[in-house]
Ligand binder design. Structure first.
Ligand SMILES: [Fe+2]
Ligand SMILES: [Fe+2]
Length: 420
């Protein structure tokens, strides 16, 4: 979260940016008005010391973390120019100096996008409508079925732009000149749309969980990137096996189980600024806390927490989606039942499952649950410290139990029924 002082700087930056564009449109580029306005902008960028992002989601203009409401009048023209390039997200680097800003103004005014490699500026598009190829402006065109993703992720209760914005932000902050970390992700998209959409969902869920834990922003980003890339090794699996509806035979299973190793190898091969946790996430996301899963390790060592977080998101998205070998998807409650079962068996990390249960709103008051001793109960109040341990009332008997107390049963499954 930005502090009040930081918010003041970014607000000043946007106003100065709007003024700069107005000045550029009115005067020839070299006049003092333009140069002074550009210098004021670059001063704000230096003072802020981190990139500043302006994104657009539907009607909303989002400055870093917050919706700009109302949108300042000075910004209208430059936003129109961004729109003309179909940029949904733009990012200004701290080192984008006066020269870079003036150069960008020139592109905006002339209607000729990029390249901006050396200017300290990145922009891109999200095509929200379909999987069709979108317009190619800026540096990347992200064409996920974002709308599908939004429906799929959790139970759709949270405002949708937050997640799309997070993903855009990740992409804008890591697609920087030269070799892009997202090449392998785009390769995955060409190869198999489902795997690609799944990667976006898993990233969105992982980021949401990491945020809820109030992890440092850079770590949240790294986990998000790791989640986006967790299945990149799947591009080596023959398509017939990847989409096979029936059971895999031993040879096919072996090939399928190679994807964490292959994925890690692809990611380690990157020389850019790939956070070190990213290949670790790809390598360990099918390992389980109890030592099961794959790739098989010579000695059981507890997996790193970051891949364990991604594993929870991965499992949740996998069971919530229709796939060739899974003709119907689970409801959020059904999906949560599976996670709860896995957590009780010490395969998935119970803390991450608990956070996801809270985020997805699957264990809120009124929800029917089945307990590990076979009783049926209704949640009365959400678990204060652990959403898997709420206060419940036994159906029929009226007995009230605080599941956070010792010697009480666990939640064994979550029912679809809710008492309003
Ligand atoms: Fe996987
Ligand atoms: Fe996966």
């Amino acid at each position: 979260m930005a502090s009040e002082a930081e918010k003041a700087v970014i607000n000043r930056f946007t106003l100065e940016l709007g003024r700069l564009y107005q000045a550029y449109r009115m005067y020839p580029p070299g006049v003092p008005h333009v140069l002074i306005a550009a210098e004021k902008c670059s001063e704000c960028l230096r003072e802020y010391g981190k990139p500043i992002r302006i994104s657009r989601m539907g009607e909303d203009v989002i400055l870093e973390e917050e919706i700009l409401s109302p949108v300042p009048k000075q910004l209208e023209k430059i936003l129109e120019a961004f729109n003309a390039f179909q940029w949904d997200s733009v990012r200004f680097e701290p080192e984008m100096g006066q020269r870079g800003l003036v150069e960008l103004m020139r592109h905006l005014k002339e209607g000729t996008p990029g390249p901006y490699h050396n200017l300290g500026f990145v922009a891109g598009t999200i095509n929200v409508d379909s999987g069709e190829e979108g317009p190619k402006t800026g540096y990347f065109t992200l064409t996920p079925k974002v709308s599908d993703m939004m429906e799929d992720v959790m139970s759709g209760r949270k405002s949708t732009w937050v997640r799309a914005r997070e993903i855009t932000r990740l992409i804008t902050s890591h697609v920087m000149g030269g070799q892009s970390l997202f090449d392998p992700i785009m390769a995955l998209k060409d190869y198999d749309e489902y795997t690609y959409t799944h990667a976006l969902n898993v990233a969105a869920i992982s980021i949401a969980v990491a945020r809820m834990m109030e992890l440092p922003e850079t770590l949240v980003d790294s986990i998000g990137i790791g989640a986006l890339c967790h299945d990149v090794g799947k591009q080596n699996i023959p398509y017939e096996i990847l989409r096979k509806p029936g059971r895999l035979d031993d040879a096919e299973r072996e090939m399928m189980n190679r994807h964490p190793v292959d994925g890690a190898a692809i990611l380690v091969g990157f020389h850019g600024d790939v956070p070190p946790i990213v290949p670790v996430i790809a390598f360990q996301h099918h390992l389980r806390i109890d030592g099961s899963g794959y790739p098989q390790m010579p000695v059981h060592a507890t997996p790193h927490p970051a891949p364990m977080l991604v594993a929870v998101a991965d499992t949740f998205d996998a069971v919530r989606t229709v796939r060739p070998y899974q003709p119907s998807a689970y409801t959020p409650a059904g999906g949560m039942s599976i996670l709860v079962k896995e957590a009780r068996a010490n395969r998935l990390h119970p803390v991450f499952v608990s956070i996801l249960a809270r985020l997805s709103g699957t264990l809120t008051p009124g929800r029917h649950v089945k307990l590990s001793d076979g009783t049926e109960a209704v949640i009365l109040t959400e678990g204060e410290f652990d959403s898997l341990q709420p206060l419940v009332e036994v159906v029929g008997g009226g007995e009230i139990m605080d599941l956070s107390m010792p010697k009480t049963p666990d939640i064994a499954s979550v029912e679809d029924t809710i008492d309003e």
